[in-house]
Design a protein around this ligand. Structure first.
Ligand code: NAD
Ligand code: GLY
Length: 363
């Protein structure tokens, strides 16, 4: 059981393999004798580090593991420096490979190290969260955070292969799994109404982490991301559509200091808001907005902040949105839906509409 998705980027093209117990085709032959550094966080390493090391050793590679603390705080230049030192100790040369084994945090951090150590060594992504499988491991965005904000230092650096072993999702905590489902729903809204319908029909299989259901859905999300990245690798235009729900979502994470909402939870709230804006600005049908809210709820995602609120009011959220990377002259730019499967991007919303829509869905 496995599927392959091709990411078409000329000489930087690669395959994404989705299944269970996947091999790493790019290393299976021809890498014997070469060095590999597996980068993981402590939680993922405890589950899968030894198995991954044995797999690479079985290919004849000289393998070391570097383990960093779990959590977004590790996506920091301090750990970039630490990993450079681990790379030197492990004797990594220009023929070596850095393997990211983990979620988006590990992938972004290890990818940035791979992009910059010796001006770039081979990089393989082994995503172990649903979010990383459908989003962060694909498309080559790597980087770390600064105190001033998330992902402010980074590089576009494509992996040579992505292998998503769906069996690793069995140990992923429920909230983390649901967080990944928010990004899955996003692909249905921005690109593929048939995918959206399939998600509605397969809620039970998705929440029960049915591997057959997941294989098809993860592969479809990767196909969509691959298609978008192939036309806009460096995020100059249409790649912005991948940020549906993220304009408010990023602000929600920011005002709560990144310790209350998981990324996908914030994106779910942001999608509810974007749907309301879309109803008002781009003719998104009421029924489609209702279907989106219902699906998010059914998948265990928040559609309202609840009694505790966002951790900041509209004024604070609006201020946070003005510093979003996609805003211009402090005016936030939104991705808005015209119908399920079709969006516009770079849309500036009048201030009164933005505030009224917020009150309408979260008031
Ligand atoms: P994460 O990497 O922090 O992982 C979440 C938690 O799950 C961690 O505690 C981790 O130890 C644990 N975990 C991971 N896999 C596990 C498994 N199989 N079993 C048990 N526990 C497991 O979070 P994430 O949601 O995967 O990624 C978020 C990061 O991704 C953020 O830094 C975000 O900025 C980044 N991101 C990057 C892109 C991109 O295009 N590069 C896109 C979206 C998000
Ligand atoms: N996750 C957004 C992007 O890859 O562009």
């Amino acid at each position: 059981m496995s599927r392959t998705v091709h990411v078409d980027l000329d000489e930087r093209s690669y395959e994404i393999r989705i299944g269970t117990g996947c091999e790493i085709a790019s290393l299976r032959e021809g890498a014997a004798g070469q060095r590999a550094l597996i980068v993981s966080d402590a939680q993922v390493d405890a589950h899968y580090g030894a198995r991954c090391e044995a797999l690479l050793a079985g290919y004849g590679m000289k393998v070391r593991r570097a383990v960093v603390p779990a959590g977004e705080g590790t996506k920091d230049l301090k750990y970039v420096q630490e990993l450079y030192e681990r790379a030197v100790e492990a004797g990594l040369d220009r023929h070596a490979t850095i393997v990211a084994l983990g979620g988006g945090m590990v992938g972004d951090l290890a990818g940035f190290v791979a992009a910059t150590y010796l001006r770039g060594v081979r990089f393989v992504q082994l995503p172990t969260t649903l979010l990383a499988m459908v989003d962060s491991s694909v498309g080559g965005k790597t980087g770390v955070n600064l105190k001033a904000g998330k992902n402010l230092v980074g590089a576009f650096y494509q992996p040579v292969e992505v292998v998503a072993d769906l069996a690793t999702l069995a140990t992923l905590p429920d909230r983390e799994y649901a967080s990944g489902l928010a990004e899955v729903v996003k692909y249905g809204v921005i690109w593929d109404a048939a995918l959206f319908r399939k998600l509605e029909e397969q809620v039970a299989g998705l929440t029960q982490r049915d591997l057959t259901v997941l294989e098809a859905i993860v592969a479809r999300c990767c196909e969509i991301k691959a298609e978008v990245v192939a036309v806009d690798e460096r995020d100059a235009g249409v790649r912005a559509i991948l940020n549906f729900g993220h304009t408010l979502g990023h602000a929600v994470e920011n005002v709560a200091h990144y310790d209350r909402w998981l990324h996908g939870e914030a994106v779910a709230l942001g999608m509810v808001y974007a749907a309301e804006l879309s109803r008002r600005e781009t003719g998104f049908p009421d029924e489609d907005a209702k279907r989106l809210t219902r699906l998010l709820k059914d998948l265990g995602l928040p559609v309202h902040p609840g009694a505790g609120g966002f951790g900041g009011d509209w004024v604070a959220l609006r201020a946070a949105m003005s510093t979003d990377k996609k805003s211009r002259q402090s005016v936030p730019r939104f991705v808005l839906a015209q119908k399920l499967g079709a969006v516009v991007f770079d849309h500036a919303v009048p201030e009164d509409v933005a505030a009224e829509a917020f009150g309408a869905v979260f008031g």
